[in-house]
Design a protein. Structure first.
Lengths: 404, 75
């Protein structure tokens, strides 16, 4: 299950080989403050795209809710049912209760912090799929999955309940994301999707008596590294988990595409029996090219109680630089025309093109042309063309991929 | 006089402004977003001129708004 915070990311997830995507609309999702946010009117288009590509679509409706949110929540659930969204991901009981009443399937959000089989049994009254707590070890996950079968815990559909876990992406220091820091410091509640990410900053501890300041071990002591499970994905599958979720609704389309395709390849290779440490090394290198805070295995292997970042921001090995916007695509020649708006571009440059319909295209510049004449370099302000394997559009942006 | 303005469409319904001044702000049960009571709309921005005594509470509302959509000016 891949994140879709925008139409670009939605297409990037499809191109990456996701089986399903999750997204939020309006202000009742955990990425309310994100620059891109879908609105209710986008729902039918999202579902249409998903159905066309045989993907399931999941709508996150998992913030805490106040009385004044109930009418909007009900409208969102109603529209999700009308438009054919596969299920809503809920954490508040009001959502579960209402969705059940109108017959819209529900998934239980990780915000519910499910850590034991009896909670699974309780939530099975409402949902067929539930996201387990991020803080469980794989042994605990496995034991829950075995117990679901042994106790024959069935959901509203009449089938055995399925479990889902987070497989890749940002982790935070709060238990199941329930954090008060952002509300405390900025009146910006993380539980309403408005986290200001206090835990990603560095802090100094001051001795009140002497005023002596300590920068603790030069580490960002609350900033967890990113979860990455690709090197023990076989164990995750063996534990009986049905859905692997990639975090990142706030991330760009290229991030979604690369993470989704790496995990798609890994899952397929496990099924084919060709999963190997050599492949894992290559996938990890690819995963490191997009936004990350360094990787660790989360709590699943039960070894470390937390691994913390030692620097601010991303540790990606590459970064994107915006250079041009799309103009036209010549279908027959498979040539894209662009307008250079910043910096320059030369032969051999690695690039990435993203757009709301295009999704994401990674390619390398083999030949550049201005007025159909080959050139070595293109500078700002010029219209230029080159061969692009897939259709590009005027809404597309072209980025040069450079070493970070 | 004090002018209060709000870009309502970006409201996330957190209730912080209501806590700061419940006589000037009310969350709509229709869409879960906050309404500037008495405000007039122009291109998505709602605004109203109020007396000076409302300055402090609405300054707080603007400072506490997590999405920075409330502005307050004193004349």
């Amino acid at each position: 299950m891949a994140p879709a915070g925008s139409f670009e990311s939605l297409h990037a997830a499809i191109q990456g080989g996701a089986n399903s995507i999750y997204f939020g609309v309006e202000q009742l999702n955990m990425r309310t403050k994100s620059t891109h946010n879908f609105i209710l009117d986008d729902l039918s288009e999202i579902v249409r795209i998903c159905k066309e590509n045989r993907l399931k679509s999941y709508l996150t409706l998992n913030t805490i809710l106040y009385d004044h949110d109930i009418a909007l929540m009900k409208r969102i659930v109603d529209v999700s049912k009308e438009t054919g969204v596969s299920a809503v991901i809920a954490s508040d009981h009001a959502v579960m209760n209402y969705a059940k009443k109108i017959g819209q399937p529900v998934h239980i959000s990780t915000q519910c912090n499910i850590t034991n089989i009896d909670s699974v049994e309780f939530y099975a009254n409402f949902a067929d799929v539930m996201v387990l707590s991020r803080e469980l070890s794989l042994l605990q996950v496995e034991s829950i999955n075995k117990e679901i079968k042994r106790r024959e815990i069935i959901g509203p559909s009449g089938n055995l309940v399925q479990t889902e876990i987070f497989g890749h992406g940002a982790l935070c220091m709060a238990v199941s994301g329930k954090c008060y820091l952002s509300l405390h410091s900025n009146f910006s509640s993380a539980n309403r999707g408005a986290c200001v990410q206090n835990c990603r900053k560095s802090y100094i501890v001051t001795d009140k008596d002497t005023g002596y300041e300590l920068e603790v071990d030069n580490e960002y002591i609350m900033s967890a590294k990113d979860l990455c499970t690709i090197d023990f994905l076989n164990k995750i599958i063996e534990s009986g988990v049905s859905v692997l979720k990639i975090e990142g609704r706030g991330r760009s389309a290229d991030y979604v595409n690369i993470t989704t395709s790496c995990y798609r390849e890994a899952i397929d290779s496990i099924q084919e029996g060709s999963y190997s440490s050599e492949k894992v090394t290559v996938w990890k290198e690819r995963l490191a090219t997009v936004f990350n805070r360094g990787f660790w295995d989360g709590y699943y292997l039960g070894k470390l109680m937390g691994e913390w970042n030692d620097s601010y921001g991303s540790k990606a090995t590459t970064r994107k630089v915006y250079v041009a916007k799309g103009r036209k695509y010549y279908e027959e020649a498979k040539v894209g025309e662009f307008l250079m708006e910043a910096q320059d571009l030369k032969m051999g440059d690695k690039i990435c093109i993203t757009g709301p319909t295009t999704g994401v295209i990674f390619t390398k510049i083999e030949e550049l042309r201005i007025d159909n004449m080959p050139v070595i370099q293109v500078k700002k302000g010029t219209e230029f063309t080159f061969v692009v394997p897939k259709k590009i559009r005027p809404s597309d942006k072209l980025y040069k991929i450079v070493e970070a | 006089m004090v002018r209060i303005t709000q870009l309502r469409a970006k409201c996330i319904g957190c209730n912080a402004c209501v806590e700061a001044d419940k006589y000037r702000w009310r969350i709509s049960k229709k869409d879960g977003k906050c309404t500037l009571i008495g405000g007039k709309e122009k291109k998505g921005w709602f605004s109203i001129l109020v007396d000076d005594h409302e300055y402090d509470s609405n300054l707080l509302a603007s400072q506490h708004c997590p999405v920075n959509i409330i502005k307050i000016e004193k004349f």
